[in-house]
Design a protein around this ligand. Structure first.
Ligand code: MN
Length: 727
């Protein structure tokens, strides 16, 4: 149990003595209020506010913050009235405590001590409102957020007292919300520890592995860094630059992310030299660039690894020069160069602006202060806009989206995630059995893109059905996370090969029919994918290893243009021929009306008597039945950029708005409709013929997949029959 004297000693370092009685009064009040309360760990509750105040004091925040940290739980846990706090400690402390209390309510019982059994499915509206409050509180007084971060940090340090389940959920929340907040505020001192402690509980095995990795060969590594530091130091002294050079250990989570990145790139993480970095601190900005020059003349910088955050500060105002050089023994080494001032800002971030400096309030640099005020005003102004949550999304968490389970748990997902991604995130089986989703109580399609604050309820079936292969189709928009993709693929992989072959066969035939490719070319396609065995290819198709989308991509892969004679390349670069005639080049060509070939189709040219060359599909009956074979010439597709007419037949159950839905979708794809016509039948079925201007077979495939999913559409395929222009 820590003593109040520890806090007092720490405060004496930066607060004037006459402010200490206020701190003591706060301490006494907290002591009395929490009397008899115990933490989960069994120690007196007071330990918690005292430790929180110590963290706040480490950041050298003003006296009001320290007192508020001591009192931060008395309203929530002891029922002390705000009015009483106001009488004793004044309005500023009270406002801070009130702010922290509100934040605690919103993030639910994450505090170490008092866990309230609150499991009611919260009204989502109320929760969004709470989230809003959190940010309003933040915009009003950033110190509230800093105290809350200190509170959370101590709870994370003492997480062991909780059940394993609870530990994980608190750690998850910390990783999702608090660590990013610390990052946003630029407070590295809080960020790294919050991240490391979260990782420790979220992935204990990985955490242990990394700490061991760090421990192993430590001596060797440190010897190396010492050598590097000596070389840099000597060289800086020779150049007359006064600097402090030291080795900086990376935090566990930082290494963890690096390892993840390596493995995503298919690389092994083995370089122990990546575990340490060197930092150079200097007095003036000029010295930063001069030091960098010295370092770069010592060792070759690795291209693309240099960042000038001095000229271009990060959003959280972080400034430094970052470079990676091939240092001694040609080992890559990360070096950061910054001034002492920049260093202070990077360690304490926004907290640096509220730091107390005796008799020297003007220490806060004027331009920094103005920059922050402007930022705060921006936030506040934006808070009144209706799409507040969108702002939070883009501003705070960038590419992440936060949604709730029906139980009110917060889940962090990559932006663009769908209900299916969410289902797989919750549980693999839930994903496999997912048949629908309710967003905020309303049924939505599975391609719905999750928004911040959505409550997502997954509807599942108990029958033994698995995922749909269509979910893997990147054109379908069903999933956007690699996690869900991996799980679905795994499911199909485990299925029997015979089943996969059947599925693959059906898929291939359907795709060929749709794209108007003769079934006899199946084997060639398999070869294009480097499969010798047709069954293997079909199985790969049936389990999602190869997608029908890829077939279109392969077919439209631009032909090898290497051996085309120079004469073909015309000086006017943008008038590339759409069709290149082998050996001839720029003969007049036009696309045949009978078969409307598009790039990706195999084609033949027919030399007409008067109109140059007509381009047909190789399997066009007019070509096959041509008597004058000598008129046929070999032609190939030129570069892309042209549009080709393609006829498409859509069979559908007629309904109001059907045609509008189809045309809207087509124009969304930026495809022109050249003609449209339709034939209605008695049974309510309608045949719609479209002539579309398609740029290649890949686009056609994507468009057909999308049309296929429109409500009422029974089938869609390329057709021999052209649409008549409507009107
Ligand atoms: Mn607390």
């Amino acid at each position: 149990m820590v003593e109040i004297s520890t806090l007092q000693n720490k405060l004496k370092d930066y607060l004037s003595e006459d402010l200490l009685p206020l701190v003591n009064e706060g301490y006494q009040f907290a002591l009395k209020s929490h009397e008899g309360q115990l933490r989960k760990s069994g120690e007196p509750y007071l330990e918690h506010p005292l430790q929180t105040a110590l963290i706040v004091a480490d950041l050298m925040l003003d006296v009001n913050c320290v007192v508020a940290a001591l009192l931060h739980d008395v309203v929530e846990d002891c029922g002390v009235a705000l009015a009483e706090l106001e009488n004793r400690f004044g309005s500023e402390v009270t406002k801070l405590v009130d702010g922290v209390t509100k934040l605690s309510k919103l993030t639910k019982p994450a505090d170490g001590a008092i866990v309230k059994p609150k499991k009611s499915a919260d009204d989502p509206q109320a929760r969004i409102e709470s989230l809003r409050k959190m940010f309003i509180a933040m915009a009003e007084d950033i110190r509230v957020v800093i105290i809350k971060l200190a509170d959370r940090l101590h709870n994370m340090r003492t997480l062991k007292a909780l059940s394993p389940d609870k530990r994980r959920s608190v750690a998850r929340e910390t990783m999702d919300i608090y660590a990013p907040l610390a990052h946003r505020l630029g407070i590295w001192q809080l960020e790294w520890e919050l991240e490391d402690l979260s990782l420790r509980h979220l992935d204990p095995a990985k955490y242990k592995e990394i700490t061991q990795l760090v421990a192993v060969r430590r001596e060797e590594r440190e010897r190396y860094i010492k050598q590097v530091i000596r070389v840099i130091n000597d060289e800086l002294i020779k150049s007359g630059i006064k600097a402090e050079v030291y080795g900086r250990p990376k935090n566990i989570y930082g290494i963890y992310k690096k390892i993840e990145k390596y493995s995503a790139d298919g690389k092994e993480f083995s370089d122990i030299y990546d575990l340490l970095a060197v930092r150079v601190l200097v007095d003036e900005i000029n010295d930063c660039y001069n030091s960098l020059g010295v370092i770069h003349s010592l060792w070759r910088p690795i291209p693309g690894q240099f960042d000038d955050y001095i000229a271009n500060p990060k959003d959280n105002m972080y400034q430094s020069l970052h470079t990676t050089v091939m240092a001694l023994d040609a080992k890559p080494l990360e070096i950061q160069v910054r001034t002492y001032e920049m260093h202070r800002l990077s360690e304490y971030g926004i907290a640096a602006h509220w730091r107390y400096k005796e008799g020297n309030k003007g220490d806060m640099r004027f331009d920094e202060k103005v920059a922050w005020l402007r930022q705060l005003m921006d936030w506040q102004r934006e808070l009144s806009i209706p799409d507040f949550l969108d702002m939070v999304k883009t501003d705070m968490f960038g590419d992440q989206v936060f949604v709730y389970t029906p139980q009110g748990e917060i889940k962090q997902m990559p932006a663009g995630s769908t209900p299916l991604d969410f289902a797989y995130r919750i549980h693999t089986e839930l994903g496999h059995h997912c048949i629908g989703a309710k967003i905020n109580g309303k049924l939505e399609s599975l391609t719905y893109q999750l928004r911040n604050g959505d409550t997502v309820e997954i509807l599942s079936t108990r029958t033994d059905r698995g995922p749909s292969l269509d979910w893997l189709n990147p054109n379908s928009g069903y999933i956007n996370s690699s996690h869900a993709r991996a799980r679905i693929k795994q499911w199909f992989k485990r299925r029997e090969k015979a089943t996969n072959i059947d599925t693959g066969k059906a898929l291939l035939e359907k795709e060929f029919r749709r794209l108007g490719i003769p079934l006899s070319e199946q084997e060639q396609i398999a070869l294009l994918f480097k499969y010798d065995d047709m069954d293997d290819f079909l199985a790969a198709l049936g389990c999602g290893d190869v997608s029908t989308h890829q077939i279109a991509v392969k077919l439209s892969a631009s032909p090898d243009t290497e051996d085309i004679p120079q004469s073909v390349v015309r000086p006017l670069a943008d008038v590339e021929p759409a069709v290149q005639v082998m050996g001839v080049g720029d003969l007049l060509t036009r696309v045949a009306q009978c078969c409307n070939p598009v790039p990706g189709d195999e084609i033949m040219g027919f030399i007409t008597r008067t109109r140059g060359i007509t381009v047909h599909r190789k399997d066009c009956p007019n070509v096959l039945n041509e008597d004058e074979k000598e008129r046929l010439v070999k032609v190939e597709w030129g570069r892309t950029g042209h549009a080709y007419p393609v006829s498409v037949l859509i069979e559908a159950n007629d309904r109001v708005g059907l045609l509008r839905d189809i045309t809207a979708l087509v124009s969304d794809e930026k495809v022109n409709i050249a003609a449209v016509s339709s034939v209605d039948y008695d049974d309510g079925v309608t045949n719609i013929y479209l002539t579309l201007h398609i740029s290649d077979i890949r686009q056609l495939s994507r468009l057909l997949s999308k049309i296929d999913r429109i409500v009422g559409v029974l089938s869609v395929a390329r057709s021999a029959e052209a649409a008549k222009r409507e009107s």
